[in-house]
Design a protein around this ligand. Structure first.
Ligand code: NAI
Ligand code: CS2
Length: 489
């Protein structure tokens, strides 16, 4: 017995469109928490309005074998619980119809699916590091281990980029129209970064193919937004009680959602706009707004919140100093860097963000958001720091955010307990900490990591601001330092 074989309670919103009509026209790489509650759910709601055949085939290139196994057991159905402050809404999602996992099947099976003629879009939520690019320049990192493997063995790739290039080669050889490559990750200019990675890699293996991709494939940018924390046992239990049965693929999220998509598809696209998405000509201003205002303050709260002893973002919001600091960071240091100020009321946007962060029903761990900081800081903080240095304006909270990251990646909290730091550059971070220890001396070599900070370490005033913030974190702890910075604003 599972959710596909029992009669679910009437309170669960269920698909009424004809699932048998769906074809795998979208192949999605990254069946993680976010995609389940965003693109797959929005596709489900679009199908509810239009019917049609836009189904999704899910692929996890790394991990998640058990999840894919469970998904198949329940006929690719799963549930999403939208948690408001006062009520929960549970939706059964019917837009997913197939799945493949290279460990359960083979990399050939993945490639064969991506090369099928009806596949019109390959979309991705593969995390920032999945693009195998230098986070600061957005160009392919040819030293990346996965890329080095795929250059040697392009027919049996491991990276998402290698899979896309090989699948496009198969389509080119077979004379089949290519697919659109659509990134849905929190990467600034995500379409351009995906394009740089794909074409950069194709050039390393087949120059003609690289030219064909350049001429025939599009990489629309997207701005994606919905807070979808990693599932917890507590949330799964809550979902079980709503469903009367377990759903191991279930996920919970906030009610808010937003999706802005550059309307640039080479092989057709669903009418996602009928389910609330917006198609626009230029997504970059929306991406910048979201990455700097929301994600920038998320990272600030994650590092300083974790160090201050807060497990969840909503816990940090119970401390007035953190709340005020996050709002000030958004309004005085991120908003002035944006080009959207005429179209969007940024004060309303910041107020909405603070309310979203406050939602106590969302148990969004500071530790989860703190992950992969080397890939996140460039688009969340570094770009804005450049803006302030150029204009000569104050950016003290951004320096505190960077100092919080430096303190956090030292792997030791304020009670001398080990922090479980997850980052693809952890070896480099550890080597620097080994050489300099938990002292202010560590700041400069960390700021000299050019894939994160570019050439910012050459700016002595920036370096001394971060050193001063770091010293205060060491001496006074995160709570007192956040309070002091918020009050000094
Ligand atoms: P998750 O941890 O649940 O899933 C991560 C997914 O990425 C998995 O499907 C995994 O197979 C894949 N993956 C990991 N490393 C990879 C690699 N090197 N190459 C290819 N695939 C790889 O995380 P979640 O919550 O689904 O988030 C994924 C991404 O979605 C985030 O990094 C972010 O860019 C974006 N996002 C997440 C939001 C959220 O609130 N969870 C909201 C907006 C965007
Ligand atoms: C978070 C984001 O994990 C993180 O780094 O900042 O996943 C955030 O929850 C989303 O971008 C919200 O749309």
């Amino acid at each position: 017995m599972n959710i596909s074989t029992i009669t679910l309670p009437a309170s669960v919103i269920q698909p009424t469109f004809n699932r048998d009509a769906l074809l795998p026209r979208i192949v999605h790489l990254g069946f993680g928490a976010f995609h389940r509650a965003h693109q797959a759910l929005i596709t489900n709601e679009m199908l509810e309005k239009t019917g049609g055949n836009w189904g999704i085939c899910e692929i996890n290139l790394f991990g998640g074998e058990d999840l894919i196994h469970s998904l198949r057991e329940q006929n690719h159905l799963y549930t999403v619980m939208e948690k408001g402050e006062n009520k929960n809404t549970v939706k059964l999602i019917g837009s997913v119809i197939e799945s493949i996992h290279p460990q359960l099947e083979s990399s050939d099976a993945v490639l064969a699916k991506m090369a099928e003629e009806q596949v019109a879009i390959v979309s991705m939520t593969i995390t920032e590091k999945g693009y195998c690019c230098d986070p600061n320049t957005g160009q392919l990192d040819s030293e990346n281990g996965l890329i080095q493997h795929d250059v040697q063995s392009p027919r049996t790739p491991q990276s998402a980029i290698g899979y896309i290039v090989e699948a496009l080669r198969l389509r080119k050889e077979a004379g089949i129209t290519p697919f659109t490559v659509m990134s849905c990750d929190n990467v600034q200019n995500n379409g351009k970064v995906a394009k740089a990675a794909v074409i950069g890699f194709a050039k390393l293996v087949d120059q003609n193919l690289a030219e064909w991709i350049e001429a025939n494939v599009t990489f629309p940018c997207t701005m994606v937004d919905r807070i979808v924390p990693a599932i917890t046992d507590e949330t799964l239990a809550q979902l079980t009680s709503e469903l009367t049965i377990e759903d191991p693929c279930g996920i919970a999220c906030e009610e808010f959602r937003q999706w802005v998509i550059e309307d640039n598809f080479v092989n057709g696209r669903p009418e996602w706009n009928l389910a609330g998405a917006e198609f626009v000509d230029d997504v970059v201003p929306y991406e910048e707004m979201k990455l700097r205002m929301l994600n920038g303050s998320h990272s600030f709260l994650a590092y300083l919140g974790y160090l201050g002893g807060y497990a969840h973002i909503s816990d940090t919001m119970t401390n007035d100093d953190y709340r005020v600091a996050a709002y000030q960071l958004m309004m005085t240091e991120q908003a002035p860097t944006l080009s959207l100020s005429k179209e969007v009321d940024l004060n309303d946007y910041a107020t909405l963000l603070i309310n979203r962060f406050t939602n106590p029903a969302l148990k969004h761990q500071t530790w989860q958001i703190a992950m992969d900081g080397s890939q996140k800081l460039p688009q969340r903080m570094v770009e804005s720091i450049h803006h302030h240095i150029e204009k000569g304006t104050d950016y003290s909270l951004l320096t505190l955010g960077v100092a919080g990251w430096i303190r956090y990646v030292g792997e030791q909290d304020e009670n001398q307990q080990v922090i479980d730091v997850r980052d693809p550059m952890l070896d480099n971070l550890r080597a620097i900490y080994r050489d300099y220890g938990h002292s202010v001396e560590v700041v400069l070599p960390l700021l000299q990591m050019s894939s994160i900070f570019g050439h910012l370490a050459e700016d002595s005033s920036f370096v001394s601001l971060v050193q001063s913030a770091y010293q205060k974190l060491l001496e006074n702890g995160a709570k007192a330092t956040v309070a002091a910075y918020a009050r000094a604003k």
